[in-house]
Design a protein around this ligand. Structure first.
Ligand code: SF4
Length: 380
């Protein structure tokens, strides 16, 4: 019998922290101006992967960052080789790589495709030069079309990221961004509201009053607009921030939203294996030093109690259009929804935020706009 997917991973994430420059809003584990550490980083990553002891076949792989495609050709090839040595792909796999329009070339795309990469997630964010500057992105709007010309023949499955709620962004600009995004005919669009993560340059600018955050009403309007526009264009709104043409949901990310198990390697990477959540150190130097001296790169480790794990499962599964299925939830967690959140659920249903289908629950449209508040209410 197969081990259940919430205990044993069939998905793996590899973090590549290197970037050409640090965008002002970015709070990921990023290494800028540290290119001399790329080889040592790959040495360390290889040690971490070898900790698996034997190759573990994966259904999905995801290279994220940072900017994986920022690596020079030779380093990118080594990354692909060491990953596939320990995490070979099963038939019918999904292998996604995040890329930025700047610094991408046809040779890197050919290399990725030769090693089985079949999905590319492109950090577009906006087509408005002024907004790209507010975000401190280092590409021009036209770069996107240019890189797609050599991406498409080798990697046909393309997702783009678009951000809304950027300081100074107007409804017209957002409408234009969505229209230009759709005109590129991607299979998938991830659309996130901008967040001000503590400590980022953008957060400091807002604290000083140098930039003015959009008010909540505008953000809701922008979010409603993205739902209407993309659903109207035939996209399935399958997760709060993610839209896919039929058949093109991101299989890897669906593992997170199911609260299933996944591997994570590299600086700042998270993993969830056999009910234990772990987080690697976010510092590249520490990551390298630890692995080279035979120590684990783990910075935090916690085994969740069954009840905590079940509550977390509700929180992440509610993000999906498929919501929480009662029977699957019981099999996965050993609890019923009613015993955990019954009264809160009824209240949320009365408020029109959650819909109870009998077989399961989903967020309503209003609930999607207030998803964080709905989850908080359930977790109380
Ligand atoms: S390119 Fe992406 S990962 Fe790198 S700094 Fe910008 S937002 Fe962060």
């Amino acid at each position: 019998m197969h081990a259940p997917p919430w205990l044993v991973p069939t998905a793996a994430y590899i973090h590549v922290p290197f970037c050409a420059h640090h965008c002002g809003y970015c709070d990921f584990a990023v290494a800028v101006g540290q290119d001399e550490r790329i080889d040592a980083y790959l040495d360390a990553l290889e040690i971490e992967l070898a900790g698996l002891n034997e190759p573990q076949p994966m259904e999905t792989l995801f290279f994220g960052g940072g900017t994986p495609t920022y690596l020079p050709h030779r380093a990118l090839e080594r990354l692909l080789k060491i990953t596939l040595r320990w995490l070979p792909l099963r038939d019918g796999h999904e292998f996604s790589v995040e890329a930025n329009p700047s610094g991408l070339d046809a040779e890197k795309i050919a290399l990725l495709a030769d090693f089985g990469v079949n999905r590319l997630s492109l950090g577009v964010q906006s087509f408005e030069p002024t907004l790209l500057r507010v975000l401190e992105r280092d590409h021009e709007p036209d770069d996107v079309r240019r890189v797609l010309e050599f991406i498409r023949p080798r990697v046909g499955n393309v997702s783009i990221d678009l951000i809304f709620g950027v300081p100074g962004q107007t409804a017209g600009q957002w409408h234009n961004d969505l229209a230009r995004g759709l005109a590129l005919e991607p299979n998938h669009i991830a659309s996130y509201g901008l967040t001000y993560e503590k400590g980022t340059r953008l957060w400091k600018q807002r604290e000083r009053g140098d930039v003015l955050a959009l008010d909540e009403d505008s953000e809701h309007t922008f979010y409603l607009r993205v739902m209407e526009t993309l659903e109207g264009a035939g996209f399935e709104h399958y997760e709060i921030s993610n839209f896919a043409r039929p058949g093109f949901r991101c299989r890897h990310n669906q593992v997170y939203w199911a609260n299933h198990a996944y591997h994570g390697f590299g600086v700042g990477a998270a993993r969830y294996v056999q009910g234990v959540r772990e987080l690697n150190t976010r510092d590249v130097r520490t990551y390298i030093q630890r692995l080279k001296s035979g120590r684990a790169p783990t910075f935090q480790s916690e085994r969740l109690e069954p009840r905590e794990r079940a509550m977390e499962t509700i929180a992440v599964q509610l993000r999906r259009a498929d919501g929480v299925n009662r029977e699957e939830f019981r099999t996965q967690t050993g609890f019923t929804l009613e015993e955990l959140v019954g009264p809160a659920l009824r209240e949320l249903e009365e408020q029109g935020l959650v819909r109870d289908h009998g077989t399961g629950i989903t967020l309503t449209r209003k609930g999607k706009c207030l998803a964080d508040a709905v989850v908080m209410k359930l977790m109380r």
